[in-house]
Design a protein around this ligand. Sequence first.
Ligand code: NI
Length: 416
Amino acid sequence: MKLQKSAGLKFRREHKKKQKYVMAAAGVLAVLCLFAGLKMTSVPKVLLKVNPVTILQDEELPKVKASAVCVNKKKPKKKIEKGYTLGQFLEELNAGKGYKLKYKADNTKEGTYPVQIVMDKALEKKLSQKWRGKVKFSVEEGVVTVRNKYGTWDGSKFKKLDGTYVVSDFIVSKGEEYFFDENGEMCTGERIIADQKCVFGKDGKLISRERYLNPDMPMVALTFDDGPGKYTETLLQALEKHDARATFLMLGSRVGQYPNALKKMEEIGCELGNHSWDHANLVKLDETGIRAEIEQTNQAIEAVVGHGASIVRPPYGSFNATVRGVAGLPIVLWSVDTLDWKRKDAAQITEYVMNTVSDGDIILMHDIHDFSVNSAIELIPKLKEKGFQLVTVSEMAKARGVTLKPGVKYFRFYKE
Ligand code: NI
């Protein structure tokens, strides 16, 4: 019993001794930690962070800024070096001194574009040498976000900025074109959209689009005589904007003055026709005279676009057997005369055409008058809205199964 007791006492004493050592060790460690901790927290930690910016597509690219803070909240009066405080350092950083922000972004495509912080050599040197241990410096780079100007994707749909979905329309996203059907679902595969045959990939990206004329749908050929003139290019811009085509019956004597207009006609798929050299009444000329009027004009057109006219419209619609023989091209007249030169008023011309037009018509106008061009600019979207495909004379003939023949007269292409 006694032995046992003393053994128990000894054990207890030993145990107490060990506890003391442990406590002493812990104490030293705590002091060390405190010391180290004090030393660590005594250095100001400065963070320079890029301020994120978001813009909508096509807005001007912004000037990006960065802001500096002391993350461990040191007093601004704390000295980094003699006569220079932490507060001053932060102020200078916030004023954009000591570094540059660099980024490359395409404001036409939505996406996030990284913004880099490039430190000035002098500041970098200071931080790594003179200020080493005086200030802990870190940077956080950021992004410029370009948001789609229409809205954002929502699964296979596209939500517009106003919260509604894109329906029966195209959207450009990240430089690719997509189409959303009547239910707002993204289209894939082949699809006829208005007057175009579009092919979309499995991911919905538009692969190709080509002009597609539906022979069963209404179509109309706008034709412009006596040009080109100073309003022709304005008219061509309107045609291009609406992806519409027209036919220009030109005077050879004017062609050389407006080469850009002819090049644009060619580029956007318009048809170039011959309206004689100087608006001569061809029936009053002999064969040589007729030939000169037609051929010189073809040569003038060819000099600009590389090929001659595809059709001819004799001035005043006046022709005879000799003209037929010499023309060498289909003779195209008209089925709707707008009498634009007489009406001299865009609104009146537009109203007349809209009330008169029917499927297969060839409409006569003159692009040398501002009122005619202004009317055409109104008519192009109005006719499209009414379901008309705006086509060239040759396109309409082809769609209606007519092969145009030289010397033969055409004035409309109604359905059989
Ligand atoms: Ni004429």
